[in-house]
Design a protein around this ligand. Sequence first.
Ligand SMILES: Cc1cc2nc3c(=O)[nH]c(=O)nc-3n(C[C@H](O)[C@H](O)[C@H](O)COP(=O)(O)OP(=O)(O)OC[C@H]3O[C@@H](n4cnc5c(N)ncnc54)[C@H](O)[C@@H]3O)c2cc1C
Length: 401
Amino acid sequence: MKSSSAQCLVIGGGPAGLTAATALASAGVETVLVAAPAAGVDHRTTALLDSSVKALTALDVWEQCCAEAAPLKAIRIIDDTRRLLRAPEVLFAAEEIGLDAFGQNIENRRLMPALERRARALASLTWIEDQADVVQVADTSATIRTVAGTVITARLVIGADGRHSLCRAAAGIAVARRTYAQTALTFNLRHARQHHNISTEFHTETGPFTLVPLPGRRASLVFVVHPDEARDLIKLSDCLMGEEIERRSHSILGGIEVEPGRGVFPLSVETTTRCGAPRIVLVGEAAHTLPPIGAQGLNLGLRDAATIAEIVVTAHREGADIGASKVTDQYGRMRRADIISRTVAVDVLNRSLLSDFLPLQAARGLGLFLLGRAAPLRRGAMREGVMPFASQPRLMRGLAL
Ligand SMILES: Cc1cc2nc3c(=O)[nH]c(=O)nc-3n(C[C@H](O)[C@H](O)[C@H](O)COP(=O)(O)OP(=O)(O)OC[C@H]3O[C@@H](n4cnc5c(N)ncnc54)[C@H](O)[C@@H]3O)c2cc1C
């Protein structure tokens, strides 16, 4: 049995784990990443907000994949319900808040290799291609054993091991899970007309239908429907699916050709009671899962990664214990407001679409009406969307640790 030690252990090689490990190791914290190679290709795309792009730029990741990304210069919301109370169309333009773009949309199959290449190039990062099997916490350290039998001890474990997190269970952190009667279908598309770098979100009675620009005449689609409808839709041939998407998008992008690689994701929301416990903190979907509405999930996960990296690097430079309760408690406190506010906002928006309750529909319509008419309110909402007041770690401002 092999055994070793590190200052910090990151479990899970998804985007949140890779970002946390890269941020720590590039600031000189000896880090071990335990992550098995990805199984299969992820055909989804991620809309990264401006602050996430800044963080990936500061970590020398973005330069490796930026040529594959499309800027999101504007976001258009169209009420496509057939209800009595319908909201007016609203256009949010990045230039209104002095930005070229709200962010960038990139395919995960382009982003992930860039993150992995950067992580592998760092001298302070050791990558163990395995899975954590057991996680145990003691007073002054945490120890993991991998499936292949390697034992590693560290001051701090960062659980980036996704929604079925072993680290979360080991830390005794409870999770509340609610499933929605909704399934997201994902596709990448080629289309006849230009998208002009505008992301268009149709709000329907079953959830959003969102077209997000990719470079050229391509876009990604997240198409949220009732699970029964998803089962029927997913059986359509590429040709019929293209016609269906063109119909539902009111031909705004002209004729549609569906690319290979469909995704099916049952929607749920998961919240944890806390994201820091003795010797363990949680980042990304180990700490929170949101439905893919408003592109919040990974942006929130990257803010987790940037926050814990900043706290740990500061403690490390002061010669303090990087896994002490002071560090894990501080992380929990710093992430709470951001995670709760995003989760509540996405949940309320989603439910207001599904609900037949007239006052709720009226509130949603009024909210969008006010955003459309009142420029200061709209600018405030856009700024909060791009850079939340509750969370502004250095990396998200483009500053090195
Ligand atoms: C359809 C859809 C569209 C989305 N679009 C967007 C978007 O536009 N913008 C956005 O910000 N977010 C988006 N999201 C959310 C985003 O995809 C997730 O937030 C993100 O993938 C979560 O990353 P993660 O690293 O936390 O978790 P994961 O990607 O789940 O990674 C966890 C990793 O841990 C590994 N692991 C698990 N257990 C162990 C173990 N015991 N040992 C070692 N490794 C382990 C897993 O194999 C996995 O590789 C979308 C989600 C969906 C479903």
